[in-house]
Write a protein that binds this ligand. Structure first.
Ligand SMILES: Cc1cc2nc3c(=O)[nH]c(=O)nc-3n(C[C@H](O)[C@H](O)[C@H](O)COP(=O)(O)O)c2cc1C
Length: 307
């Protein structure tokens, strides 16, 4: 049975995964934190926490609120910064046989380019995932990924700065997800991942105040799955590069829905908080499904539900 997928067919080196199950950025640390719970190298790839040029403390507490079938977070990109990542994390990954993809975040196009230059050629880093859900400081704080032009500008800058395979991670907080996807594909993205969290909030009626210290946050988990699935379907129909589906994936059948909608691989996020083995359980469930259905290659299912 073949479970391997190619995420960067247009890239000279490509980006092969032995199977299509990845972790979602910000929900699996640097992968190392989970190594004692299960063999994380059974997964297709690890995507690490969003990384910025300088270390960040993140937003004020509280930063997590559970909602109906979902999770609201306003972590605010708390991370160790790119220098510590290169010094402390990458050498560990260099000894792993699965790819680790570094998720990068910036406030200006220049930040993204600088991060890409720093990470290019670092042993243990197999690709970059560009988080364009961040506020563009020079454009009044609108998300880079909210419109095709700024999304393409970031993509082109990262592509120019690094020879690594580049995944661009789209925000659902836009009115034109297919337009943004097309723009980043034309700007040189090797693959597209989606979706990041949806903007949301919750209010503490006893205190008469927003529950999150940051007032608003990002909604994830099963609550967003139908939205994510629809957006993956839209984007997979618009571009000719691989699409990685993410958003509320909790079971193998959720993952298979995304694959049938057109995703070549999937990322498991919030599900890992309730069950740290969720990515592995999902992988095993996919294998069982293929066996039961007599399917020899996972790639046969990619986009099979498309009308
Ligand atoms: C606590 C938390 C932290 C996150 N941090 C990041 C991040 O640093 N970079 C990023 O691109 N996405 C981040 N995300 C978004 C997830 O990677 C994923 O796109 C989103 O949660 C939807 O998938 P899920 O419903 O499976 O969690 C974060 C999500 C959560 C819940």
């Amino acid at each position: 049975m073949n479970l391997s997928v190619q995420l960067a067919p247009k890239h000279p080196r490509g980006l092969w995964l032995t199977n299509p199950v990845m972790t979602a950025s910000g929900t699996f640390g640097y992968g190392t934190e989970y190594s004692h719970l299960f063999d994380v190298q059974k997964l297709g790839a690890i995507v690490c926490k969003g990384t910025t040029l300088e270390p960040r403390d993140g937003n004020p507490q509280p930063r997590l609120v559970e909602t109906a079938s979902g999770l609201l977070n306003s972590i605010g990109l708390e991370n160790i910064g790119v220098d510590a990542l290169i010094k402390e994390k990458a050498p560990v990954w260099a000894g792993w046989h699965i790819p680790v993809i570094v998720n990068i975040a910036g406030e200006t196009v220049g930040d993204y380019a600088q991060l890409a230059r720093r990470l290019d050629g670092v042993a243990g880093v197999s690709g970059l995932e560009v988080n364009i859900s961040c506020p563009n400081i020079k454009a009044g704080g609108a998300e880079f990924g909210a419109n095709p032009d700024s999304a393409a500008e970031v993509t082109a800058a990262v592509k120019k700065a690094a020879s690594l395979p580049i995944l661009v991670k789209l925000t659902p907080n836009t009115s034109d997800i297919a337009g943004v996807a097309l723009a980043v594909a034309e700007a040189g993205a090797d693959a597209i991942s989606l979706i990041n969290t949806l903007k949301g909030m919750a209010i503490d009626i006893a205190r008469r105040k927003p529950l999150l210290g940051n007032i608003t946050g990002g909604l994830s988990g099963p609550a967003i799955k139908p939205v994510a699935l629809y957006m993956v379907y839209e984007v997979a129909g618009a571009v000719d590069i691989p699409v990685v589906g993410c958003g509320g994936i909790t079971t193998a059948s959720d993952a298979l829905e995304f694959i049938m909608a057109g995703a070549s691989a999937v990322q498991v996020g919030t599900a890992s908080f309730a069950n740290p083995r969720a990515p592995l359980d999902i992988l095993e469930g996919i294998e069982q499904f293929l066996k039961k259905e007599g399917i020899e290659d996972i790639n046969e299912l990619v986009g099979i539900a498309r009308i």
